[in-house]
Design a protein around this ligand. Structure first.
Ligand SMILES: Cc1cc2nc3c(=O)[nH]c(=O)nc-3n(C[C@H](O)[C@H](O)[C@H](O)COP(=O)(O)OP(=O)(O)OC[C@H]3O[C@@H](n4cnc5c(N)ncnc54)[C@H](O)[C@@H]3O)c2cc1C
Length: 1017
């Protein structure tokens, strides 16, 4: 590991340790702290005085903050309304968001004269006139009558207008010329930002590059040689310049993104303006620094000193980043401009770290720690002058006062920055006290349609009760309480993390969350690559198991279980099972937890086997081990809670009534190749947890990883007789296991047809009626409406349909898109497909590996031939030669009924629909009688409800991907042709693996009921 990659070592540093480091850095001494605090309180008082004149929109945002349902409804409306093209859907969105909240409760609450009925007049009609007296008298009725008349175009236009007014608060102009003119009019220095979501396609990236280039040139001309410090500048988001700005795509980032960035920097250098790279998600930090490093050393940029980067103080690595940037400034001889921000993605960083099972968060969990980090970074930035030019972006009076104090003490000139639409009052007060203060506004430029995601960020920032601006404007909070000294706050909290945000591992409380691997860190990727390279062929002798990505590579060998071996396995299992059942759930849980730990201890090797044997991508390999570990821990928890002491039941006096659960005997577990470790382990863990012994048959294609899992179970302390591995084909070994007289139940995951055959075999047996727990395939649909966000839809559709090469039973097969937005979405999907790479899954840069074998490949090819005849192929990616690779396909079909059954691979079918035709279109999907996963992308809750009612499904996902169910969080399994239930990873998962025994004891028969007699006394 060298250079910038070393930063990754501290990405998820223990929070207490990181905070101790911040406190030790001691950015302010006691006397200075008191002075800063006093200065900040004065600023608050002065700002509040000015705020009495604050804009109507600011007052509006204050009253309708996000802590109210009305504020949330407004945010949702704002986020979706302008992009929704069709009137019908707009009306429905407005009706839902306006109808569901208690607007009248805000009447007259705001200190502002306007934020009451007359504000609503403004928001709903776009005119600053008072609403009529009737509305004042009965506001609720007024709103209701508006909602009832929603079909009227005037109301629709009015709400649209209201959202625009809010947008204009935060956006300087619709294009760069307008923005420059407005900046001149208002007389402030700007860093312009071109609004938009990150690029999803190469065409998006090209478009953004052109927009940035034009903006830089326009700003440059306007600046007229003023220089980076005194002239306007431009901010860029690297995610806009490439659809794959990701660490795992580093090679492509150098060939595709870097040249774009260099071209833009060259224009900025030519005009000598400030050009700042915005800070985005934490897992992109190292990559952004590598790009900056190279840029700083480019000879074509001459002696330009305008190159800059934003650094987020909420990241634990921030002080180290500043130290390294200072070294880069000195080493490259190029002075860098560094904008210190706190960070705009805090909530999503927290969520991502939990979802990905990180050791800790990349950001602090308390606001005070972020504020303290900001102060520590401030001190370091100022000390790094002149190698770094410090720019401080904040709307917080305490932060502002602290920066000013530190800068003055060091005699270093610094710049302050605020977001357009925010912080005007604060900086007016600061400027009144110190007219030499340099201030720049970050000024978004763009069309209304593009402002929404940005607007939502701002609404969140204004509305969150932890935010300084929110407190500042809240007159109920005294100035003294608005200003918080972060050192005091951190010390008061004992230097600890937020009590309600435990480490991601402790998220579930009663069981440990599985640990992930951060593939954005080069060291982690290199370690996995080394594990794959080190993999020796597994198991000697027998039939060769070949890698689907390279048929010449033998991953190991396997021998089909013979009839004698099967008999012996059942016999041993029968003998051992009663004792295993008798030791009870808590004792069994210990073995399962030990298994989970072993899986994690050996995860690199297990991932390597998944990659080689099953063609899994690295990310899928990580998910595979995690899910297996989660199953073990979750079922351990169920074993403990449901298979421990008998449950006492209520009944009449004189008897005790209890219910207890026991294993059924020997379970046959038959699992598929697509989750060769997770489902294999999950079925076994469930059966074991309930007190059964297991005979496990893995898929023919993936016996090796199954062998490893069995080895780990035994090593975790499981009696070898309780778990036997019987590899082989379904028609031979599978059939023999199901028909075996000693079989007491079957858990099966695989095709619907096989499940039916197993069911028939079980039904034809003599003796007890045996349970079958079957999880089978699905014909999974995702319904998009016109309120959905294009970029979000593209991300979720691509991962749902093409992730894991489409070889998940949950994968998306049919996408339903409204006619109004279909063409744009199809273009986006095609572009996003082009940005995918298909190839050897051992390479971290490849998204899609091979399909499992030649038979699967042939079936997919045959399906595409059919589509060529009966449908329209919209797009297809080429597939590399060598293994069983299949290039993802997007095809348009006329209706779901074209597909009677599941097609297992990366083929996405698309159906266009008319809004009023939804019931018929959805009905055709439901008619296939599958019921596994279902997706909805919409901002209208009632639309999601409608789709759910039309298409029954075991797992519905709204505004997210439809794959990747997490154990215990999204219990997984379908209905209809998709399975029997109970759901894997759900609270009822073990019920069919067990028998229930009720015991009723007549205690009066032994001479009476002492408790009753005692009561009588
Ligand atoms: C000119 C300018 C440019 C900007 N550019 C970027 C950029 O490139 N990248 C970027 O990410 N952001 C950027 N921002 C946004 C910036 O991160 C937020 O505006 C800033 O965090 C608000 O800080 P504050 O001092 O004004 O407010 P404060 O209210 O004092 O701080 C709010 C911040 O505290 C942090 N926070 C809140 N709750 C917690 C918690 N429980 N634990 C830990 N931290 C918490 C969050 O970062 C939140 O944004 C920019 C802002 C400005 C003004």
């Amino acid at each position: 590991m060298s250079g910038w990659d070393e930063l990754d070592r501290n990405s998820f540093r223990d929070e207490a340790e990181a905070i101790a480091g911040l406190l030790a850095a001691s950015p302010l001494d006691a006397a200075t702290r008191a002075a800063v605090r006093a200065e900040a309180v004065d600023l608050v008082v002065a700002t509040r005085k000015a705020a009495r004149r604050q804009g109507v929109v600011e007052s509006f945002l204050q009253e309708f903050s996000l802590s109210t349902p009305e504020g949330l409804a407004l945010m949702c409306l704002a986020e979706a309304l302008l992009r929704t093209p069709d009137d019908e859907t707009r009306d429905r969105l407005i009706a839902e968001k306006i109808g569901q909240a208690d607007w009248a409760s805000h009447l007259g609450k705001s200190g502002s004269l306007f934020v009451n009925a007359s504000t609503w007049g403004l928001m709903l009609t776009g005119k600053l006139t008072d609403v009529d007296e009737a509305a004042r008298a009965d506001f609720r009725g007024y709103l209701k009558s508006l909602a009832n008349r929603l079909s009227e175009p005037v109301v629709r236009a009015a709400v649209g207008q209201a959202i625009r007014i809010m947008g204009e608060q935060f956006v300087l102009g619709r294009n760069i010329e307008a923005a420059l003119a407005r900046a001149k009019g208002e007389g402030y220095l700007c860093s312009f930002d071109m609004l938009g979501e990150g690029a999803r396609t190469a065409a998006d990236a090209e478009r953004y590059e052109a927009a940035y280039a034009a903006a830089i040139a326009a700003v440059g001309r306007w600046s007229d040689g003023a220089g980076p410090e005194t002239g306007h500048g431009v901010s860029v988001k690297l995610s806009a310049l490439s659809p794959r700005y990701e660490a795992v795509q580093e090679a492509r980032v150098w060939t595709e993104l870097y040249p774009r960035l260099l071209r833009l920097a060259e224009i900025a250098a030519r005009f000598d303006i400030n050009f700042t790279i915005d800070a985005e998600e934490a897992d992109r930090l190292t990559l952004s620094l590598k790009l900056l490093d190279r840029l700083a050393r480019e000879p074509s940029l001459g002696a330009w000193t305008g190159l800059g980067l934003a650094v987020q103080a909420y990241q634990k690595r921030a002080p180290e980043v500043i130290e390294r940037l200072a070294a880069l400034g000195r080493d490259s001889g190029r002075r860098l401009m560094v904008r210190l921000v706190k960070g705009a993605y805090w909530d999503s960083e927290i969520k991502r770290a939990q979802v990905n099972g990180r050791p800790d968060y990349p950001v602090y969990t308390t606001k005070a720690a972020t504020d303290l980090s900001y102060l520590v970074c401030t001190k370091a930035l100022i000390a790094a002058s002149p190698a770094l030019y410090a720019q401080f972006a904040t709307h917080n009076a305490h932060t502002l006062a602290a920066v000013q104090t530190l800068a003055r003490a060091a005699g270093v000139k610094v710049e302050f920055q605020r977001l357009h639409g925010m912080g005007e009052g604060l900086y007016a007060a600061a400027l009144a006290r110190d007219p030499s203060l340099t201030l720049r506004a970050y000024a978004p430029v763009g069309e209304h349609e593009d402002l929404l995601p940005y607007l939502v960020r701002r609404l969140l920032e204004n509305g969150a009760n932890s935010s300084f601006v929110h407190l500042l404007l809240d007159e109920k909070t005294p100035p003294d309480a608005v200003v918080i000294d972060p050192i005091a706050a951190v010390e008061a909290a004992g230097g600890k993390r937020h009590p309600r945000l435990p480490k991601p591992a402790d998220l579930y409380g009663d069981r440990k969350n599985s640990a992930g691997i951060d593939l954005s860190a080069k060291a982690e990727r290199d370690r996995l690559t080394a594990a794959i390279d080190a993999l020796e062929p597994l198991v000697d002798g027998g039939d060769a198991v070949r890698s689907p990505s390279d048929a010449a590579r033998v991953v190991g060998h396997t021998r089909e279980a013979t009839a004698a071996k099967i008999d012996a396995a059942f016999a041993a299992a029968k003998l051992a099972q009663p004792a295993w059942d008798a030791i009870g759930g808590p004792a069994r849980a210990k073995v399962l937890r030990a298994m989970a730990s072993s899986l994690e201890a050996e995860r690199d090797r297990l991932i390597a086997i998944c990659v080689r044997e099953a063609g899994k991508s690295l990310a899928d390999g990580v998910a595979e081990v995690r899910e297996a570990a989660d199953f073990c821990r979750y079922y351990a928890h169920l074993a403990e809670t449901k298979f421990g002491a008998p449950e006492m039941l209520k009944g009449p006096v004189g008897e005790t009534n209890t219910l207890e659960l026991h294993g059924r005997g020997v379970f046959v577990c038959i699992s598929p190749w697509n989750f060769p470790l997770a489902i294999f382990t999950g079925q076994i863990a469930a059966a074991l947890a309930a007190g059964n012994a297991v005979i496990a048959k893995p898929a023919e294609q993936t016996p090796l990883i199954a062998g490893e899992a069995v080895r780990l179970f035994h090593a975790a302390g499981l009696d070898r007789r309780l778990l036997a591995l019987t590899p082989g084909r379904g028609e031979t070994v599978g059939a023999a296991l199901v028909a075996h007289p000693a079989c007491d139940g079957v858990a099966f995951t695989g095709g619907t047809d096989t499940a039916r055959r197993i069911n028939q075999t079980l039904a034809g047996r003599d003796g007890p009626i045996l349970p079958l727990i079957a999880e089978t395939g699905g014909l999974n649909g995702l319904f998009v409406d016109t309120t959905a966000l294009r970029e979000q839809v593209i991300d979720d559709v691509v991962v749902s349909a093409f992730g894991s090469a489409g070889q998940r039973c949950s994968a998306l097969r049919i996408l339903f898109v409204p006619r109004d937005t279909a063409d744009g979405l199809i273009e986006g999907l095609k572009g996003a497909m082009d940005a995918l790479s298909v190839g050897d899954p051992a390479d971290p840069a490849n998204d899609i590996g091979p399909v499992i074998d030649a038979e699967a490949l042939a079936a997919l090819e045959a399906h595409v031939e059919r589509l060529e005849r009966e449908a329209t192929i919209l797009h297809r990616l080429p597939a590399p030669a060598g293994g069983t690779f299949f290039g993802p396909v997007l095809a348009e079909i006329s209706s779901a009924s074209v597909l009677a059954r599941e097609v297992f691979g990366p083929v996405l079918h698309l159906v266009r629909y008319d809004v009023d035709d939804l019931p018929r279109i959805a009905g055709e999907l439901a008619a296939a009688r599958y019921g596994l996963t279902l997706g909805v992308h919409s901002r209208i809750e009632s639309f999601a409800d409608e789709v759910r009612a039309l298409v029954p499904a075991g797992n519905t996902y709204v505004n997210r991907s439809i794959i990747g169910a997490v154990v215990g969080v999204q219990p997984f399994g379908g209905e209809g042709l998709s399975g029997t239930g109970p759901k894997a990873g759900g609270p009822n998962a073990l019920t069919r693996y067990s028998v229930e025994r009720a015991v009723s004891v007549n205690i009066t028969a032994q001479g009476g009921d002492p408790s009753l007699l005692n009561l009588a006394r």
